[in-house]
Design a protein around this ligand. Sequence first.
Ligand SMILES: Nc1ncnc2c1ncn2[C@@H]1O[C@H](COP(=O)(O)OP(=O)(O)OP(=O)(O)O)[C@@H](O)[C@H]1O
Length: 305
Amino acid sequence: MKAIECKSLTKTYRRKKALSDFTVSIDENKIVGLVGRNGAGKTTFMKILAGLLKEQSGSVEVYGRRPFNDLFVSANTIYIDDEMNFPAPLTLKEILEEGRRFYHNWDHELAGRLFKYFGFHPKQRHNELSKGYESTFNMIIGLASRSPLTIFDEPTTGMDAAVRKDFYRALLKDYLAHPRTILLSTHHLEEMEDVLEEIVLIDKGELYWQMSMDELKEYSIGLAGKRDVLEPWVQNQEVFYTRETGVDDRYMVVENTFNEYERQQMQLAGIGLSAVSASDLCVYVTDEKGRKGGVDDVFDRSPDR
Ligand SMILES: Nc1ncnc2c1ncn2[C@@H]1O[C@H](COP(=O)(O)OP(=O)(O)OP(=O)(O)O)[C@@H](O)[C@H]1O
């Protein structure tokens, strides 16, 4: 069954189009990464799914229902971001008690164990927490809720590297024991490649691609060598990225349609072959056209140009 089904979804804020003709469908019980550059439309999409924002046009369904103002969707969905607010008088322990009352799949024992592991104090208040601890506490709520649709919007904001690692491990362990649909936006794809099953890449409000993590890892290949040696091999390939690495040397990332024999021939010709991480590929394909030199361009230009 599909957990999420969107067709030609569009959302505009005043004059700014955040989502444009966005069509995607996500199966139940998958752990899916939502990636894209800043301002791509990830938060907008996730808030529409959680029923917090209303779409402009197109259709959106969560478990077959339009999410906006829908009680069934809100009872079966949790949206976690770094702007979560709780009533100021409540202690952390009381917030967890509220979670138990509200979410029908809530695992209070798991919440308690994670709470203790990360060193929270029952009498602390949410607004007294540092950024990283706030995200960690919110993550506990997201995991313990066991909501059939769990949405994490940049859940690791402020977490240090060790806590992020713990989060990925906890997420995976709990998901394997209790499969559900988890949609997660991240700017740390390189750290999450082993946790995610599928990637939805958004570029400027449009779906760029939706692929399994395994497909994405095989989708491209890095080639390094002399420009004229590379040329015949890449002329019919889709080129995602090119970087000069010497006067005549290039590193290129291209579509990986080569067979074993071709790969051997390239190596014999002196071309170095390497795997390209899913996160690098996502950055390359959503790079602005004409900005291939990256931020170096800013420094390379003389003031009168
Ligand atoms: N409340 C708002 N009013 C006006 N424009 C908005 C509003 N919220 C988002 N936008 C615009 O909509 C576009 C998509 O924003 P969104 O927050 O969905 O992107 P995002 O992919 O989550 O970005 P980031 O990775 O930076 O968090 C951006 O251009 C943003 O400036």
